[in-house]
Design a binder for this molecule. Sequence first.
Ligand code: PEP
Ligand code: MN
Length: 357
Amino acid sequence: MFHDAADVPFMILPQANRLTPEQLAEVTAIVTEFGCNIQPIVGTVRTIYAILGDERDELMINRLEGLDYIDRIDRIQSPFKLMDRRSDLASHRIKVGGVTLGQELFVIAGQCTIDPKQPNYFYETAAAVKEAGAHALRGGVWKPRSNPYSFQGDAKSLDILMEASRRTGLPVDAEVMDEEQLKLALDAGVAVLQVGARNALNYSLLRAIGRAVAERKVAVLLKRSLHMGPISEFISAAEYIVSFGNPNVILCPRGTAPALDGYRNQPDESITPLLKEKTWAPVVVDPSHSVGKASYVPACALAAVAYGADGLCIEAHVSPSHGIGDDPKQAVTPDVLAGIIAQTKRLWAMRGSVKGK
Ligand code: PEP
Ligand code: MN
């Protein structure tokens, strides 16, 4: 485990797809002798081994390089060595439910917030987004709010979320904001843990999530921070989660502050090609929070897919005016969602034929 993503200077690439337990024990003994730690990062095809070390540990590197089952030791000169496109993790594929991200457009849809007093709306929304073609169901159980006196969610909604998952067979996405919520969500079987924009740089939460998912096949949807920071800040936050051992991290641009006058935020789906050039991580854009108004969501969703997004996370509700949280203003109805999915799938198919130099 690492204290900081910037402290991950070396990657061990074995000859085979992974080290045997005996080889791992030998390598661990060497790095421990030099006061370093080793962290396996288990990809779909290969496992790579990150070492928290120091450039000065030349003797340690020489000894590791001398082992015949080690292909090489990489020192990628990048602030995010694990997320870098040149990392061996680039062959890793993230699977949620039946979809392998990158192979087909991945759509998460559902209510911003589950109303614990009106579970039927959520059950109806769940069935309708499935019918519209969504692959995963979102539902806010605990909510970060702009005003602390607004409704902040209810753990009862977790039962409603999981019941909707059982009824539809869809994997679910929910935001967690602290360790207690994290434990409840994981125990319930949430497939995608959402880190919200307000917590995107909350490193103690990212660390808790990284540790909790290290050994599980759960994915983390990391929203981009609300403030407009450099792109490397976003990627490094993702890297920090991955550094604990689970590479299933999805990048989610969702608009930044200050807002473009008339929109909820400053739309940022246009950073998708940049993220894809710098990292191997899938990009799932959230148009709902970006523009913040249901009538603008289809255009933003189409733009995101045109920019190369691997998926979309869209707020949808069978009856937005009866929703709570963001739903009355920004949830699209299931028929609009079905139209967005149909059009973005066509765009996805066209995309491969237009390439820059
Ligand atoms: C949400 O997804 O409902 C949400 C609160 O998102 P964000 O963290 O992007 O504001
Ligand atoms: Mn919302």
